[in-house]
Design a protein around this ligand. Structure first.
Ligand code: HEM
Length: 500
């Protein structure tokens, strides 16, 4: 019966159906057990540019071909991202029905609508310029102060993921919310991570009151804190980014309560990928002796030592003076990144003159599938090569077209936080490399297993990595971040802009 249902429902022009041994059930089991690796297995098994995955609910098309992704990117209104955003505003952020009706409906797919106009309205807050410099400066100052405290303690043992999670969270929240950052209170940080654990359950939206009870309670407490923050106009002393987000909400007549609810989504976007991304970046830099040596010698060049022994480092320079660090980060995004772009088909459409995509179906584009495609990245696609993205790579690695790199999305849906987060992570890495000797407590670096989550751009480590941090010297450090209005250009769109 299931076979009949799967195939009778299928238009012959739709992408070839792939269902495993039991239609509807096998893909569900595959995705639940293998998570994002399921898409890799299906790609390797069927070698199709695009296929239909028959599961309960709307038909899902999974795209394997990078060329098709580029075609899909062009249909922003027909194969749209905004319905997914609206769904997340309702389920994970918990905004009111009134607000969802207001920002959804007819304006959902128009340029002037809440979602489509968001990137333009907030761009100045996080694209190269004074707003971005200020964001990164506060993040850098926050981590520098924390490094000073750590150095005072002498040799310290920490668990790498827990440590990175706290440091990155604290720096990102301080940079965003400024001197009245509600997350300076440890209870609010704790609530964030309680909420984060249940975000997938909230997104799935099946009995969230039961399956994500603690997360829902934490969300309500956080919304109250954020409400107070905006009500007391504390955002006026926060980053340009948070002020522009607030203005965007005012423009669309959102009340304070729903403004606070939408901030939950912004925090999710700014932290949930950054923390595991930073973890894998630091893992690669610290655990691989070749990567370590290259990155450390680049970071050391940023330090100037005065005759009285003061060490000064301008971390704004990681963006322009550390090509190997930048290439390593890009390779971390390619090699460890697992982001999945999802879109909803708004009306029947044929792409590439042959694939018929039905209205209301889902289109899934897993970045790892493209990032491991040998026809694009060459025979070393499955290896980590920290020099792969250097302009003049001598490692013999095939240089991939810039557009093939999807670490921060592509086309109309680009990550607005890309410059901020890339600089933040690389500044953290550079400061760590120049100030501390770092080694595994066990004496050997053992790569942790990976826990794949469908709603984040990186896996989380399954195993603990205990490390020792030993300050390199007792010198005084001055950490600065000068205005240089530069970004880190990794994606095709930024590379093209920087050429103009
Ligand atoms: C390592 C960290 C990060 C990674 C890997 C990452 C990755 C991505 C990707 C792949 C997309 C596109 C999603 C799609 O195509 O469906 C995206 C979108 C987005 N990201 Fe990030 N991101 C990171 C950090 C951040 C930060 C720090 C912020 C904010 C400060 C942010 C805010 C956003 C927003 C708001 C969108 C939606 C853009 C839109 O509506 O057009 N992200 N991100």
């Amino acid at each position: 019966f299931l076979w009949a249902l799967a195939y009778l429902n299928q238009d012959p022009r739709e992408p070839t159906p792939v269902s495993g041994s039991i239609p509807f059930i096998s893909p569900l089991i595959g995705l639940a057990t293998e998570k994002e690796s399921y898409y890799m297995r299906m790609r390797n098994k069927y070698r199709l540019p695009i296929y239909s995955l028959r599961m309960p609910g709307p038909t899902t098309y999974v795209v394997n071909s990078f060329r098709l992704v580029q075609l899909i990117d062009r249909h922003i209104r027909t194969i749209a991202f905004t319905p997914i955003e609206l769904y997340a505003v309702r389920t994970t952020m918990g905004a009111s029905k009134q607000t969802c009706d207001k920002i959804g409906g007819e304006q959902l797919l128009t340029d002037k609508g809440y979602f489509m106009s968001f990137p333009k309205n907030v761009a100045a807050g996080a694209s190269p310029g004074l707003g971005l410099d200020a964001l990164n400066r506060t993040a850098v100052n926050t981590m520098a102060a924390s490094f000073d405290k750590l150095a005072e303690q002498g040799k310290t043992t920490v668990e790498l993921f827990d440590w990175v999670r706290h440091e990155i969270f604290a720096a990102t929240m301080e940079a965003t919310y400024g001197p009245h950052n509600p997350f300076r209170l440890p209870v609010n940080e704790k609530d964030w991570f309680t909420l984060e654990r249940g975000l997938m359950a909230l997104l799935v939206d099946i009995l969230p009151g039961i399956f994500a009870k603690k997360s829902l309670e934490a969300r309500e407490r956080l919304v109250k804190q954020l409400y107070k923050y905006f009500q007391q106009d504390k955002h006026l002393e926060g980053s340009l980014f948070v002020r522009l987000r607030h203005e965007h909400n005012v423009r669309f007549d959102l009340d304070l309560d729903d403004t606070a609810h939408t901030e939950i989504g912004q925090i999710n976007a700014s932290v949930s990928n950054t923390v595991p991304g930073a973890f894998w970046a630091f893992w690669q830099i610290l655990a691989d002796p070749v990567v370590f040596k290259d990155c450390q010698s680049e970071a050391a060049k940023l330090v100037q030592t005065s005759s009285d022994g003061l060490c000064t480092i301008d971390l704004a320079n990681v963006r322009t003076a550390c090509p190997i660090l930048v290439s390593t980060w890009q390779e971390v995004l390619r090699f460890h990144g697992t982001s999945i772009s999802a879109r909803v088909v708004q009306e029947d459409i044929v792409i590439d003159d042959q694939y018929f995509l039905k209205k209301n179906s889902m289109v899934i584009m897993p970045s790892r599938v493209f990032h491991t495609d040998e026809s694009v990245w060459g025979p070393t696609a499955s290896q980590f090569d920290h020099r792969r993205f250097l302009k003049s790579s001598k490692s013999g690695t095939k240089r991939a077209p810039a557009a093939a790199f999807r670490g921060f999305g592509g086309g109309a849906v680009l990550c607005p936080g890309r410059h901020f987060v890339s600089t933040e992570i690389l500044a953290f890495a550079a400061l760590l490399l120049v100030r501390f000797n770092v080694g595994p407590v066990s004496g050997k670096w053992i790569e942790p297993g990976k826990d794949f989550l469908m709603n984040t751009a990186f896996p989380t480590p399954k195993d603990k990595v205990d490390i020792e941090l030993i300050p390199k010297n007792k010198m005084k450090w001055k950490v600065i971040f000068s205005d240089n209005s530069k970004g880190i250009n990794m994606i095709r769109e930024d590379l093209e802009d920087s050429k103009q």
